[in-house]
Design a protein around this ligand. Structure first.
Ligand SMILES: [Zn+2]
Length: 423
């Protein structure tokens, strides 16, 4: 029986469907499998994918009366997914970034001189809500025009009871009004000025007051902690993540970003959904994450900008951890583009172009437990699609630092074209 469709993309030079597999994230060698169809087509109805395959096959199954978009010679992929974003903040720290990159001033030294994250906590707390909404919307627009259609968004830049609620309210407002799909996370991130020696007390407040209120108002799906020297230690991290879980917020963790500080070990013990960064995590700890079913989200921006040391992606992939990529966009350094993450993953972390695209789509969807809805082009999933002005996926690592996204569709609707929002 012929199917109805409203929109059909036809003649894609390379249609990377990411279809097939187990229904879970791709691991190990499976990460090189993109489910590519040449001369591919995707048919959309009611915001969902109704047919995928070769143009001839798909058109043969449809009733007439649909809009056709000819994408001859172009690459079509699922909408890119960014599973690690520090979204809401005021101010900027470009001077510090340059000092870290050029003069090699360590981050913790900048922080001990009164710079770093606490300055963002202060600037954000002082910023009017509408200013934060405007700044945040602009970031989301930039993500969207670069092909990102779903993100995880963390709070964490006020670190007071009212402030964190306000951050999550802003995220909720934008979740309802912006085309990008947003999954919200409460993040216990920085230690505000004056709390350096009172982190246990701050942890008590988070556990007893903040988390119950955030959960009561259903403002966050996940609870995440910065487990690192100068932030929350392992004991404090454990208390926060256990409290989050007791209130229905699943745990995620910032692990081994600046040093081998025990975050990954704690992440496997607690069975977090995703352990992120993993720059200094040894092989045996990666293997225990695999055993516990944890996903790993690798974030190439801070290594690119100033750390110099990247996560050992080859070891991590070969250990069998499902690997996703994220921008880690934050007040410390800003890059909205998942295209750029794929370029860095291939050129610096030695992930193949196929592994990088899996990590930026299907595995990123599983990092935020959205794998049943987005992350691949399969019948029944949301019609989140990007048409790239490139002949194949290897161009992400070859033609980088520019926006290759030509058209971006969210739920079957054209939301960006040639670098501008259209809806
Ligand atoms: Zn982060």
């Amino acid at each position: 029986m012929a199917r109805r469709a409203e929109l059909v993309l036809v003649h894609a030079g390379e249609l990377a469907t990411l279809a097939g597999g187990t229904g879970g994230p791709r691991v190990g060698r499976e990460m090189n499998s993109l489910g590519i169809v040449e001369d591919g087509a995707v048919a959309v109805s009611g915001g969902r994918i109704v047919e995928v395959g070769s143009t001839k096959e798909v058109l043969g199954k449809l009733e007439g009366g649909y809009e056709v978009v000819d994408v001859s010679g172009k690459l079509v992929t699922p909408g890119l997914i960014d599973p690690h974003v520090h979204l809401v903040f005021a101010g900027s720290r470009e001077g510090e970034l340059e000092a870290m990159a050029v003069e090699k001033t360590p981050y913790l030294e900048i922080k001990s001189r009164g710079g770093g994250m606490p300055t963002t906590l202060k600037a954000t707390a002082e910023a009017p809500t509408e200013e934060l909404v405007r700044k945040t919307s602009k970031i989301l627009d930039t993500m969207l025009v670069h092909g990102t259609t779903t993100i995880e968004a963390k709070s964490g830049y006020e670190m007071t009871f009212q402030g964190e609620i306000r951050q999550l309210e802003i995220i909720e407002r934008l979740r309802k009004s912006h085309p990008i799909g947003i999954v919200p996370t409460f993040l216990a991130q920085g230690i505000p000025f004056g709390f350096e020696n009172r982190v246990d007390g701050l942890t008590d407040e988070i556990v007893k007051a903040w988390i119950p209120e955030i959960a009561r108002r259903k403002l966050a799906r996940y609870c995440d902690v910065f487990c690192e020297k100068g932030y929350f230690n392992q004991d404090q991290t454990r208390r926060i993540l256990e409290a989050g879980r007791a209130h229905g917020m699943k745990p995620r963790i910032h692990a081994d970003w600046l040093a081998h500080s025990g975050g990954a070990r704690l992440g496997s013990e607690l069975g977090v959904v995703s352990a992120d960064h993993l720059i200094f995590t040894p092989k045996e700890e990666v293997e225990s994450l695999v055993k516990k079913g944890v996903r790993g989200t690798l974030l190439p921006t801070t290594p690119f900008a100033y750390l110099g040391t990247y996560a050992n992606a080859r070891m991590i992939i070969e250990s069998g951890l499902p690997v996703a990529l994220g921008t880690d966009l934050s007040a410390a350094d800003m890059c909205e583009s998942m295209q750029m993450m794929m370029a860095m993953a291939t050129l610096q972390m030695k992930m193949t172009s196929a592994e990088s695209l899996v990590a930026a789509t299907l595995n990123a969807a599983h990092s935020i437990e959205m794998g049943g809805e987005v992350g691949s082009l399969e019948v029944g999933k949301r019609a989140d699609l990007v048409v790239f002005d490139a002949p194949n996926h290897k161009h992400f690592a070859y033609h980088y630092g520019v926006n290759l996204a030509d058209k971006v569709f969210k739920n079957g609707k054209l939301v960006a074209e040639k670098g501008r929002r259209t809806g």
